[in-house]
Design a protein around this ligand. Structure first.
Ligand code: AMP
Ligand code: MG
Length: 310
């Protein structure tokens, strides 16, 4: 069976995009170790793009786990005893999302990611004792939610600038804003990198966040074994859950981002149960055996898939 890998790419992938006649403000930015594409229609799109670029810089200055002067790095070194209220609120939300997912999303795996060399691509397989010691350090790392949070903050900017609509591709996290003039939904493509063709897509309406966590996004191979960057907080080892990728569709970007990581860690069965007990997101699961499974409200099309119902 065909192996599926889901990856959201640049704005060029948006299917059936927006009214051709209206020109969008467009910008490509390198931030958070990835390319980000902004496409904004109506209002003062240029000003919005400028402000969003500034926002991305600010978020990186605050929350980069690898840039030593960042707020987060200083916090991890014990150099800060308290944070300004709005920054503490980000950490509080991360803690709340961790609790919601039973710890599958864990924002304190920084030392573990470092031990595996996922910071700075110094890949290595750490000794078990090293993994255990790193887990115990509980170093903050918001890598699993920062782009989603950036999407939420960008929406605040867009809302304040009278912009009509926008599609922001924040390194694979797609944030939509507003409605298309013809009232049709946004179509967010999912690609199979083996063919570089468009393989499938999800439809979303209005302002939404579409986020994918995939084992292929950062991984390395040693002695024939593939190790990837989504870690099981219980073991400190790459989550071996039978999933290749998970896509989450949710109004809230930070939630979507935390959940894509958490559902990946949980695996299909637990994740399906978690979805049944929730009412704020939909998900698409790409299994390592090639199957694709979508929750009933996911509005997935363009590929064969099984549906999970409530
Ligand atoms: P994402 O691509 O959103 O799934 O985030 C993955 C990134 O979050 C990794 O590169 C790590 O920095 C961090 N991370 C890895 N495993 C977890 C986890 N179980 N919970 C929270 N963050 C994680
Ligand atoms: Mg995530």
């Amino acid at each position: 069976m065909k192996r599926w890998i889901a990856v959201f790419l640049a704005a060029a992938l948006m299917l059936g995009g927006c009214a051709r006649e209206e020109k969008a403000a467009q910008r490509t930015i390198w931030a958070m170790d990835t390319y980000m594409d902004l496409k904004i229609w109506g209002g003062d799109g240029e000003a919005a793009a400028e402000q969003i670029a500034g926002l991305l810089e600010e978020l990186e200055d605050d929350w980069s786990a690898t840039w030593q002067p960042s707020l987060l790095a200083r916090l991890n070194r014990g150099e800060l005893t308290s944070l300004p209220r709005e920054k503490q609120a980000v950490l509080d939300r991360a803690e709340a999302l961790s609790a919601r997912t039973g710890g599958a999303f864990c924002p304190k795996l920084g030392a573990v990611s470092r031990a595996w060399g996922f910071y700075g691509q110094q890949y290595r397989v750490p000794a078990p004792a090293e993994v255990e010691a790193a887990l115990a350090q509980e170093q903050w790392d918001l890598g699993a939610v920062l782009k989603g949070y950036a999407g939420d903050r960008a929406v605040e900017i867009l809302s304040g600038l009278d912009v009509d609509r926008a599609v922001l591709n924040l390194g694979g996290n797609v944030q939509t804003f507003g409605e298309k003039p013809d009232g049709s939904p946004w179509n967010i493509a999912i690609r199979d990198p083996e063919s570089w063709g468009t393989s499938a897509a999800v439809q979303v309406r209005g302002t939404a966040s579409v986020v994918t966590s995939g084992s292929y996004q950062r991984c390395f191979e040693e002695n024939g074994v593939r190790y990837h960057h989504i870690l099981d907080p219980e073991t400190g080892y790459p989550a071996d859950s039978g999933l290749e990728a998970v896509t989450v569709i949710c109004r809230d970007g930070m939630t979507a981002d935390a959940l894509s990581t958490a559902l990946f860690v949980m695996g299909l069965e637990k994740a399906a149960e978690f979805w049944r007990q929730s009412d704020d997101f939909e998900a698409v699961f790409f299994l390592t055996d090639g199957r694709v499974v979508a929750t009933e409200g996911a509005a997935l099309y363009g590929c064969e898939f099984e549906v999970i119902s409530r």
